[in-house]
Structure formats: C-alpha cells, structure tokens
Design a binder for this molecule. Structure first.
Ligand SMILES: C[S@@+](CC[C@H](N)C(=O)[O-])C[C@H]1O[C@@H](n2cnc3c(N)ncnc32)[C@H](O)[C@@H]1O
Length: 315
C-alpha cells in the first residue's frame, strides 16, 4: 500500500484502481467464498462467467468481475426478465458488470439497449469475451434524455448506477425517462446498512468516495447509498407505482470501494485532506482486520402510473 503524498494533479482517473497486470499473469484466487459462490451456479451461467477475464489488481481478487456479475445476475432474477424481450440498461459502466448477465437473461432472441454517459473503459473487451455482443446495442447518451420513443422497450433497469446520478433531482429525471420508454422499471442499489464488521468496513471506505472525489475533482460521484424508502419516494415522484420491493444479501467479498491514499493526498485544502486521511487510514485498518463484504442490496420494481384522468375514469 502506498502512503506517500502525491504532488500530481487531482484527476478523476486517479480515483481508479491501479492498472491491471496482463491477463495471463492473473491466476484464480483460493478465496473459498468466491470458489463456492462460482461453483454453485447454473452450469450455463457458470460457462459464461468463466469466459470473463480474470483481473490481477489487488486488493481485488482476480475473480472480482465474475463475482460482481453473479451478484448482478441474482438481482436481475428479481426483475423477472422474460427471454426474447427488449430491456434498456442505464449506466453500464466500464466493466459491463450488469450488461453480461442482462444479455444472458434476455436470451438469444432478446436484446439489451445499453446506455452509458462516458465511461466505457473495458466494456467492449469484456463483451467480446462473453460472446453475447450480438444481443446488445450500446448507446453513448445521458439517461436524463434517452434517445428512444415512448414505450419502445419492455423494461428498463438501473443496477448499482443510482449512486452515479449526481443528485436526487438527477435520479428523478432518469427514473422519469425510464418510465417514459418502458411501462416498468427495475432499480437495485446497495443500502447504507451493515450487519457485520466486514460490511461496516466496506461502508467506511465507500463513504469516503463522495467527499474525496468532490474535494479533488469538484464533481460528485459514488454518492452515499440511499435508504430503500428514499429510493421508493424518488421513483414515486417520477411517476412510478412500486409493485415489488426486496433486499438481497449477496454474501460475497467486495473490495471495489477501495481507492489509493494518493487521491486523498491530492486534496488542496489542508484541513479537509487531514480529516479524510485519518478516516482513510481507519477504513484500511478495518478492511485489513475484517475484510470487506457486500452490504445488503435493495431492489424495487415499479410500473408507470397512468395519467390522472385515466385513473379517475377507472374509479
Ligand atoms: C457505478 S457505475 C457502473 C454500474 C454498473 N451498472 C454496475 O453494475 O456496476 C455507474 C455508471 O453510470 C454512468 N452514468 C452516470 N450518470 C449517467 C447518466 N446520466 N446517463 C448515463 N450514464 C450515466 C457513469 O458514467 C458510470 O459509468
């Protein structure tokens, strides 16, 4: 772990984890929970996950992408996606973590329209490895204005991307757009709940991301996780009626919240830097002692509320 001060410019890129070593140097870890989680899945899904590259990038285990995809797969099961349907994804992100299990869920006759504002990263490489690219249509756009006609897809999903939607007004706008292009939306996001020391250790590091990114780049990302009730209110405020809600306990390690101390050292304001440095060190001590686990993840399925005159006529 590097702890030295960095004189370098506080760019967003520096929030990323260190670059991966070449894939051929990545070896599967012996972490029994990863091995068990990946062993206990449906054989077709298991074959798919084995095609996803390993990634040697401590403190992440080499299988981290496969395990995150498994967690996304379990969440998408709650979305009740029918094979052959068309589903739109908001905020795909650089590793296609939801996109791969989504392409699996829609099946060979289905399609996923995948939106991302800017951070495609390794998306193409991972999709190519999965062999499911022909089910996907990636679009670069801002999901606050989706370039799609009303009711042009069957379902919209936003999985672990609410945290990147800048603020609650942005979230509401995205949910409204999701409910314009489809009659149903599905949203899943980590909850600010810890039932174990390892989940608490994840939250301690994760909760540093919002203030550190803001202090270094002036932009908001990785917002603090919202309580499920707050997400419900936002979806209702965007014109949705909640039809189902639930909480998934992933029971998986989760080191993705980690970022290097060099980013904290790039904060220009000394008092902020010093306070966040102390919190970062404390979070690392907890991670070293307990490990870091996925906190519970909340999910919501909502239907578009009919316009008022139709609701009144139906009374
Ligand atoms: C946390 S990341 C990846 C989430 C991914 N679905 C997963 O399962 O891990 C969220 C992504 O949402 C993207 N994003 C944020 N705001 C967006 C917007 N308004 N429209 C489209 N994408 C957006 C960000 O660029 C980021 O890559």
């Amino acid at each position: 772990m590097r702890t030295g001060a960095s004189p370098s410019s506080p760019r967003r890129r520096s929030a990323e984890l260190p670059s991966p070593r070449p894939a051929e140097r990545a070896r599967p870890s012996r972490d029994p929970r990863f091995l068990r989680a990946l062993r206990d899945v449906d054989p077709e899904l298991s074959r798919l996950l084995k095609k996803v590259p390993l990634d040697a990038r401590p403190p992440l285990a080499p299988e981290w992408m496969r395990c995150e995809m498994l967690e996304r797969h379990r969440l998408l099961e709650e979305a009740r996606i029918l094979p052959g349907t068309t589903v739109l994804e908001v905020g795909a992100g650089p590793h296609a973590l939801t996109t791969v299990p989504l392409a699996f869920a829609v099946g060979p006759g289905g399609r996923a329209i995948v939106t991302e504002r800017a951070r495609w990263g390794r998306f193409r490489e991972i999709i190519d490895a999965s062999g499911l690219g022909d089910r996907l249509r990636p679009i670069t756009c801002d999901a606050r204005r989706l370039p799609l006609r009303p009711d042009s897809v069957d379902l919209t999903v936003c999985v672990h991307a609410v945290r990147s939607l800048v603020d609650e007004a942005g979230m509401r706008r995205v949910f409204r757009e999701m409910l314009r292009v489809a009659p149903r939306l599905f949203v899943a996001e980590t909850l600010p709940i810890a039932r174990s020391d390892a989940q608490r250790a994840h939250l301690a590091m994760y909760d540093l991301r919002e203030p550190v990114f803001e202090a270094t780049t002036g932009r908001k990302d990785d917002l603090h996780y919202l309580p499920l009730e707050r997400l419900e209110r936002l979806i209702e405020g965007a014109g949705g009626t909640i039809e189902r809600r639930g909480v998934l306990e992933p029971d998986l390690p989760h080191a993705l919240a980690y970022f290097p101390l060099t980013l904290v050292e790039a904060i220009p304001v000394a008092r902020t830097r010093s306070a966040l440095r102390a919190r970062w060190r404390s979070a690392r001590r907890s991670a070293a002692r307990f490990g870091t686990d996925h906190p519970p993840v909340g999910f919501l399925s909502a239907l578009r509320r009919p316009p008022l005159h139709i609701r009144r006529a139906g009374r």
